[in-house]
Design a protein around this ligand. Structure first.
Ligand SMILES: *Cc1c(COP(=O)(O)O)cnc(C)c1O
Length: 398
């Protein structure tokens, strides 16, 4: 039937690629057509020659469009299953752009456990321009639904959310929101599209701090937004160009490069985190452990329904008999540091670092005790991570 193409497979055996492991590597703009380079080059150019008045190559100015940034944007749109993706200079710049879809008089609901910066930008920046916000409990979709008054235009949530790895029912909340004319925005930083695709679950917009797992190597600060529909995409495209907080070409290249290994990294992150969570569960130095991949965790069942893995983030409470300060300075492999999602294991102390600005009483109400430690489990050998924890427990025990 079909003639074999020279040196290639017969046309009818060429299948349309669709599995996410393959999309991670070949999705978006795959390579460079002009030279055959297997990677999209870093287009370090601010402008593009026009062949005549009103005649251009599709690019005019790099704030508006740059081929390297576009490659990363097309890739994330494909991975999340959205209409279009947009690259920004940081996760916060992406969230800022998404919030500009709304205006004075509009109310945004945020889950009580969203990233501190998301709360801060609404509380301290958008509030000055007449936008309002309310805080909801994303572990209770019905109560979120009840909080959606006619002025509510969007609900922002994360799942699992920091630092207790609380899982939110993305499908149920999206349905509550849609029924009342509000959009659902999911910050998918912790799971990535490899493990969870919020748009498929009914959300409208996805945002990422690509600084974390997508970049994956703790070497860039980057943000992404993905619109589920064309209308939202058109508005975000306008906002991105009008406000200009774009992702630079070299960082776009590093981001797309990081995403190629996302699948193998997330598999190992999840595997290692489960090993570490299991170790901690059986160790007297951990008074409690929270990891949605651990059977018996409050989020276990729900996470299994909406995600294909539990990722690399977990938290535990250090037992009373262990000195917290000494523990935090005793690990040798695991670095005490902000951020997460890189190949290296990191540890943070929420009460004194990420959640320090929240009053102690409110913190305790949120379930964040002064002995809580958060781990971003890296892709080192699990035995080495566990060995490091064991040694630090021994050094800080009574
Ligand atoms: C880090 C983070 C952000 C902010 O992203 P930046 O790249 O630091 O601006 C937003 N959401 C979550 C869940 C994060 O972890």
């Amino acid at each position: 039937m079909g003639r074999p193409r020279s040196g290639g497979a017969p046309a009818e055996t060429v299948t349309i690629m669709q599995r996410i492991e393959t999309k991670l590597i070949h999705g978006g703009a795959d390579g460079d057509e002009r030279t055959g380079a297997v990677n999209v080059p870093v287009y370090l150019t601010s402008t593009y020659r026009q062949s005549g008045l009103g005649e251009n190559s599709g690019y005019e100015y790099s704030r508006t469009g740059n081929p390297t940034r576009e490659a990363a944007e097309k890739l994330i749109a494909e991975l999340e299953g959205g209409a279009a993706g947009f690259g920004f200079a940081s996760g916060m710049a992406a969230i800022d752009a998404v919030l500009r879809l709304y205006g004075a008089g509009d109310k945004i609901l945020i889950a009580g456990n969203v990233y501190g910066g998301t709360f801060r930008i609404l509380d301290k920046v958008f509030s000055r321009f007449g936008m309002r916000y309310g805080v909801v409990d994303s572990s209770d979709p019905a109560s979120v639904g009840r909080a959606i008054s006619p002025d509510v235009k969007a609900v922002i949530l994360e799942s699992p959310a920091n630092p207790l790895m609380t899982v939110a029912d993305i499908r149920a909340i999206s349905e509550e929101a849609r029924a009342r004319g509000a959009q659902t925005i999911v910050d998918n930083t912790f799971m990535t599209p490899y493990l969870q695709r919020p748009l498929e679950l009914g959300a409208d917009i996805v945002v990422h701090s690509a600084t974390k797992y997508l970049g994956g190597h703790s070497d860039i600060v980057a943000g992404l937004a993905v619109a589920g529909d064309e209308e939202t995409a058109e508005k975000l495209r306008f906002i991105q160009n009008a406000t200009g907080g774009i992702l630079q070409p070299f960082d776009s290249f590093l981001l797309a490069r990081g995403i190629k290994t996302l699948g193998v990294r997330m598999d190992r992150h999840s595997e290692n985190a489960l090993r570490v969570a299991g170790f901690l569960s059986g160790h007297p130095a951990a008074a409690s452990v929270r990891y949605p991949g651990l059977e018996g965790d409050p989020g276990y069942e729900l996470n299994r329904r909406q995600a294909s893995g539990a990722g690399g983030m977990l938290s535990f409470e250090l037992g009373e008999g262990w000195d917290l300060r000494r523990f935090l300075s005793s690990t040798r492999l695991i670095a005490l540091a902000e951020s997460l999602g890189g190949v290296e294991s990191l540890m943070c102390y929420p009460a004194g670092m990420t959640h320090a600005s929240i009053p102690p009483g409110v913190r305790r109400e949120m379930g964040i005790s002064d002995r809580l430690v958060r781990l971003s489990v890296g892709i080192e050998h699990a035995d080495d991570i566990i060995g490091d924890l064991e040694a630090a427990f021994a050094a800080s025990g009574a």
